[in-house]
Design a protein around this ligand. Structure first.
Ligand SMILES: [Zn+2]
Length: 96
């Protein structure tokens, strides 16, 4: 079942973060602030480290729309690794 969350990013932009079933190759898609409704769509089948890494990756696209895919990919992996090392969560907490 899809779940939706609203966050303010980049100061005053209203963003929708939606978990739903994505088919195809992508685990996450970011429609930037130039879109009518800025939003991040994430595959709801992801758990744990994978879920956090993809969420951070898509948030970086939202916050730094001019950054290259290579920069976003590296920064996302680095942030996820550090956060997962410094913050311990139970698998149940990661699934929320
Ligand atoms: Zn990307």
């Amino acid at each position: 079942m899809p779940s939706e969350h609203h966050f303010t990013l980049n100061g005053d932009e209203r963003w929708l973060i939606r978990f739903t079933t994505l088919t195809g190759d992508a685990y996450g898609i970011t429609y930037t602030q130039k879109a009518k409704r800025p939003r991040i769509i994430l595959h709801d089948g992801m758990r744990g480290k994978h879920r956090l890494t993809v969420l951070i990756h898509e948030l970086l696209h939202a916050i730094f729309p001019q950054a290259s895919e290579e920069v976003i990919e590296q920064a996302g992996k680095d942030l996820a690794r550090v956060l997962l090392t410094l913050y311990t969560m139970t698998p149940k907490e990661l699934e929320k």
